[in-house]
Design a protein around this ligand. Structure first.
Ligand code: SAM
Length: 469
């Protein structure tokens, strides 16, 4: 029996830590391997825990400091222990690594801990870590070696040996061994997460996953996947935060024979994307003021391109003809100037079918003067849509407050359009840079309706029964 307990701190990963166990098993000086599990839900991993010969400590998700936080390092049978993340390739690490690291610590207890060196060469240029490893990780290794044994470079939760009589808590400190006592940090080599690593990322918080935090990784929905896979074809670019918003709102439309309009075509890529995303769509219309878009060619006959300023008559008429019977979905990704965005909304919202959506992209332009915006600009598109939040609640405004008063800065000398008085705007949802405006249906309107009372026991607040405004 050796003198070193190795603790692998894991969550949801199976293949990497399983291989690590095999590599650690061949190391001399090993006492036992213990796996700390942080609330995993990966079913194959949970089954392996049942079948494997290792002790597994099941915890809620305590994160990277779990082995200390749960008190395990104080309970194990040896004073010497290793704590490691589960994402290392140890196949090239010599069999005497535990002894070698223990000896360095034994001779230099003030170091606190001794970690394995991480391989910094051979990171694929497409890796999100490429710059970080080449600029930062390599630089911290440049401080020179000591006694031809180690380098003064601090260690986090990468494979490192501790003596609990000296240091028995998590602390970024210590030194790293020299080659060949060197491991590969597998996530540095991952360009596109897949399989169980993707599963892990999809279920980990940014706080507990350095990869997720570092790469700003987001769980990939169907639209984001389409964009990622669209390597060849017309260009489209959208902010990453838009994808989950669109997946959420557009999901019901994906299997329907919809008509949609996107104002703003540019290189034409988004129309290609919508055609793939809405496989059952009947018509996908794009409109752009740039005459060059007339040259865009689409193999998919459902895609129609209209040239002209969307809210100006000639283009408007053509769009109207394509959208006969009403659009289910309209996205305004046009000029993002307040005047155009407001005009587009006023012109096209009436064309939307009951229950349909009007989506406005890049609403951040509402805060920029060069787009006729500004926080204090009462005629900006942000002010316009904020007034709509009041509009859907107007029945609660006492003293006969009217839509005309709400939109007085926009319609000084004219009557407000009917859409503001006929209850056709059911709701306004504002996200960072994206607004979604829903059109009412017979059963979904911007009115509170009757109070519905369920139950017959109101001992706490009897007035709750039949409460009126
Ligand atoms: C942000 S780009 C559109 C990008 C495209 N939707 C995508 O996701 O790839 C904006 C486009 O709107 C067009 N545009 C500007 N004003 C417009 C207007 N009034 N009507 C229609 N298109 C307009 C511009 O010519 C430009 O090509």
């Amino acid at each position: 029996m050796g003198q070193v307990t190795v603790i692998i701190n894991n969550r949801d990963l199976l293949e990497w830590p399983k291989q690590m166990c095999a590599d650690i098993e061949r190391m001399t000086g090993l006492h036992e391997i213990i796996i700390v599990d942080n609330g995993s839900s990966n079913r194959q991993l949970l089954q392996w825990y049942k079948d494997c010969k290792y002790k597994v400590v099941f915890l809620d998700n305590l994160g990277h400091t779990a082995p200390w936080d749960c008190g395990l390092t104080g309970r194990i049978e040896t004073d010497l222990y290793v704590v490691t993340d589960p994402d290392l390739d140890l196949s090239g690490v010599p069999e005497n690594a535990l002894i070698h690291m223990a000896n360095i610590l034994y001779k230099n207890p003030a170091l606190g801990k001794v970690g394995l060196l991480l391989e910094t060469n051979g990171i694929p240029p497409a890796s999100p870590y490429f710059d970080h490893v080449n600029n930062y990780e390599k630089s911290i290794l440049s401080s020179g070696t000591v006694d031809n044994l180690y380098i003064n470079a601090p260690v986090d939760t990468t494979f490192a040996i501790y003596d609990r009589r000296i240091l028995n808590k998590y602390q970024i400190c210590g030194v790293r061994t020299l080659a060949p006592y060197m491991a590969k940090h597998i996530p540095w080599h991952v360009i596109e997460p897949e399989g169980e690593f993707k599963y892990y990322l999809d279920n980990a918080s940014s706080k507990s996953s350095s990869y997720k935090w570092f790469t700003k990784y987001e769980s990939e929905g169907p639209l984001r996947k389409l964009y990622r896979e669209h390597k060849v074809g017309k260009v489209s670019s959208k902010w990453s935060s838009y994808f989950p918003i669109y997946d959420k709102w557009f999901a019901p439309y994906r299997e329907q024979s919809i008509k949609m309009l996107e104002i703003g075509v540019q290189n034409g890529g988004s129309l290609e994307m919508w055609a793939r995303y809405f496989k059952q769509a009947e018509t996908i219309v794009g409109c752009d003021v740039n005459p060059a878009v007339a040259n865009l060619v689409y193999q998919d006959p459902r895609v129609k391109v209209v040239v002209g300023a969307a809210s100006q008559q000639p283009a408007f008429d053509v769009i109207n003809a394509h959208g006969a019977g009403g659009f289910d979905l309209i996205i305004d990704d046009g000029s993002h100037r307040s005047i155009d965005t407001i005009s587009n909304f006023l012109m096209f919202f009436p064309m939307i079918k009951p229950g349909g959506l009007f989506v406005i992209e890049d609403m951040h332009c509402a805060y920029w003067p060069e787009y006729e915006g500004g926080y204090f600009n009462q005629r900006s598109m942000a002010s316009f849509f904020k007034a709509m939040v009041d509009l859907v609640n107007i029945e609660h405004c006492r003293n006969d407050f009217s839509a005309q008063q709400l939109f007085q800065t926009f319609f000084t000398n004219t009557r407000v359009p009917d859409i503001f008085t006929n209850g056709s705007i059911a709701g306004v949802t504002a996200y960072n840079s994206v607004y979604v405006i829903e059109k009412s249906t017979e059963t979904f309107k911007p009115f509170c309706g009757d109070v519905i009372i369920a139950g017959d026991d109101s001992t706490i607040e009897p007035r709750a029964v039949g409460k009126s405004r």
